[in-house]
Design a protein around this ligand. Structure first.
Ligand code: SAM
Length: 311
């Protein structure tokens, strides 16, 4: 099954160029440092990073998904290791030991395209949506017990859906009448029957599916924790490169970099030295028109690049 679902890596060269700092006078010189690919997926970024490291270089990758972990098993390279963990665990690496952290957020094409994973309103499958199917609750299990206010809050906060209240009520009413929703097609139909207006070109269930996926995988909490952890593990001069695919993610990354890119003054101690900034914001890059034409899933990508300062 591994070969059936393919992933086209987004911003492949741009991300790896931003992560790896080859000397200006020796741009082809392999690098010795230790790097982190926090989101291995199908290894597009990882393979290119490895091709640019010296025998002394190291790459530690993370992924929550067992299929990604299986794919990583095909990389027979002593410089490479993969961890089946959420990427917040990157904070367990030794402090100041890492020359670059890459995060290519969200889900991979194999996850969304395989109906059995339950991420998509196209096709029918079990309403699961977990990246890590070895732990935690599926969306169906959560919806079987959750109260209407919690469901509405998730759809509103993570889907920015105007009809969150109506959709949540419809989910609970349907549960009381006919039992809990267990399939993606059932959820997509229920949302389509409930949401009155449609955004042009968008399936009415898009926002609800996004919301449930973010919630069930604790995506935003884990992102915040991983960003904080990256400050500890990055060495001075090390790079933080994050590709996000929707505004909720990008807002967290943008605010995190901004918050650590200025000196912080303590108002209660106006004459004390300000706390030094920990990051320098370097770049914000979007896929080229050619990339978007070749891979429409890249269209919403925004990559932010920052550098760890010596503080
Ligand atoms: C967009 S794909 C990465 C694709 C990869 N860069 C490539 O070129 O093949 C995102 C991957 O990150 C994983 N992922 C997302 N959030 C994660 C988290 N918090 N911890 C670990 N893995 C995560 C997903 O399971 C998925 O495989």
């Amino acid at each position: 099954m591994q070969t059936e679902w393919k992933h086209t890596t987004v911003l492949l060269n741009e991300a790896v160029d931003a992560l790896l700092q080859h000397p200006d006078d020796a741009p082809d010189q392999p690098l010795d440092g230790a790097y982190v690919d926090a989101t291995f997926g199908r290894g597009g970024h990882s393979r290119l990073i490895l091709s640019r490291l010296s025998p002394a270089g190291r790459l530690t990758a993370f992924d929550k998904d067992l299929e990604a972990i299986a794919e990583a098993g095909a990389i027979a390279d002593a410089r490479f290791s993969i961890r089946h963990q959420g990427f917040r665990h990157l904070g367990e690496l030794p402090a100041g030991s890492v020359a670059g952290v890459l995060m290519d957020l969200g889900i991979s094409s194999p996850q969304i395209d395989n109906p059995a994973r339950g991420f998509s309103f196209r096709g029918d499958g079990p309403l699961d949506m977990r990246m890590d199917t070895t732990r935690g609750e599926s969306v169906a299990q959560w919806l079987a017990d959750a109260d209407v206010d919690s469901i509405a809050e998730v759809i509103r906060d993570y889907g920015e859906e105007r009809f969150a209240g109506q959709i949540a009520k419809a989910i609970v009413a349907r549960r009381q009448e006919r039992g809990a929703i267990s399939s993606t097609a059932e959820l997509a139909q229920l949302v389509a029957d409930t949401v009155k207006t449609r955004e042009p070109g968008q399936n009415p269930a898009t926002r609800t599916f996004q919301a449930f996926r973010i919630f069930i995988n604790a995506e935003l909490e884990e992102l915040q924790q991983a960003l904080e952890a990256s400050l500890d593990v990055l060495q001075a001069g090390g790079r933080l490169v994050v590709i996000s695919f929707h505004s909720l993610e990008d807002r967290i990354v943008k605010q995190f970099i901004a918050a650590h890119s200025r000196e912080v003054y303590d108002r209660r101690a106006p004459f004390a030295q300000p706390k030094a900034m920990k990051l320098k914001s370097l770049d914000r890059i979007k896929p080229s028109a050619a990339e978007v034409a070749a891979n429409p899933r890249s269209r919403s990508a925004i990559m932010r690049v920052a550098q760890r300062t010596a503080a």
